[in-house]
Design a protein around this ligand. Sequence first.
Ligand code: ZN
Length: 308
Amino acid sequence: VTPISLAVDIGGTKLAVGIVDRSGRLIRSQHRSTPRTADPERTWDELSDLVEDELGHARRLGTPVVCGVGCGGPMSLRLGLVSPLNIPAWRTFPLRQRLNDLTGVPAFIDNDAKALAVAEGWQGAARGRRDYLAMVVSTGVGGGIVLDGRLLDGRLGNAGHIGHVVVEPDGRPCVCGGRGCLEAEASGTAIAAITGAEPARAPTEIVVRTGVMVGRAIASVANLLDLPLAVVAGSVALGFGTPFFEAAQQEIRARAGLAFSAGTVVVPAGLGAEGPLVGAGAVGWLGIGQKVWGPGGVSAGDATAEVR
Ligand SMILES: [Zn+2]
């Protein structure tokens, strides 16, 4: 019987669930729009309907053994509470407990960008790599870091949040209260505010500027953490394509010049639309102490498996 990780991806516009096997294959999935509501229970009702339906499919296809979740931050991993900025109805919402009770299998939650980092190391553009940064440049900017083959968590589970690295000291005000953060300069929201139009219609100069900002943040992280690879996902980055990635690479070359960081490379994510659910499935496997890697790839740290 096939052991199954029930994968749940929670975003500001879309709730998705799917079935991920031990090899990292997304067997099937379905999704619904995220309700626009201030009522936390209304959002939960929508999600629980979807999860219950997918659980039925999972039971026909194998044995669900764990539930893995990718969700927007911030969150407290240890307590299983989420407060996703893009879902205002949920503030310290007890998502892990609710999913435990609903599914009857242990649920594990992580930041969606960290989940994507695991997915990219498992089956995507960072496959088999031990040291890399993965980031999402879409409506917001998030990230996750794998160092020495382990996903970094930090004190509350928010490590790798590259969206608030400063790239313009006197730049635009940020939602975090700071100024000139990467998210305030390069997110889809920022680009829309700067140009007055959706990011897909941004002129070349904005595409290049966004690449420069992202490259600048990557260079700082490469210098800080001795990691040679950045994988970039998200609708804004992937929509901008080659000119964006060339500008980012050029900025990295200009700003990461130490012997260990000079060769740092930025590449587009490899998993496309499946990345978030493959990552959520991986969060489940990691949660119950299963490795999700080829030699040298991502593994759960001992402490990590315990505190979640
Ligand atoms: Zn900020």
